[in-house]
Design a protein around this ligand. Structure first.
Ligand SMILES: [Zn+2]
Length: 129
């Protein structure tokens, strides 16, 4: 097991309950966004009488947008679950790549953040390639 550099332990510990409840709130809202989106998608495409005004292409575009949204919330949900898992494992707040402590202000802004800023930038650059 990796040896982590410790956070100023009291600092993080002090904020853990608040970070956990933020994660739980985000998780609930991501789940309901996904459910809403999927319910929306499950509806029949275009009602007969709206077909002409709305247009099949526009409808397809709407569905495409919704799918993209659902995908984004699923990714979000995955990150949130992973962060809650790291909390349970006692390794929350450390970058999953380099193991350094993630600055508290970053965690407060984005409690599901798996990486510090340096590693996150690196990962995004790779993802963009
Ligand atoms: Zn890192």
């Amino acid at each position: 097991m990796a040896v982590f550099v410790r956070h100023a332990p009291s600092m993080l510990a002090e904020h853990l309950p608040e970070l956990r409840s933020a994660l739980e709130t985000y998780r609930a809202s991501a789940r309901s966004e996904i459910a809403d989106g999927e319910r929306e998608l499950a509806r029949p495409a275009v009602p007969e009488d709206e077909g002409i005004a709305h247009g099949a292409a526009a409808d397809l575009y709407d569905r495409e947008l919704r799918l993209t949204e659902i995908r984004r919330f699923k990714r979000e949900l995955y990150e949130i679950e992973a962060a809650l898992g790291r909390m349970r494992a006692g390794v929350y707040g450390f970058c999953v790549d380099c193991g350094r402590p993630i600055p508290l202000d970053r965690l407060v802004a984005r409690p599901q953040a798996p990486r510090d800023l340096d590693c996150a930038r690196h990962t995004e650059r790779e993802a963009a390639l």
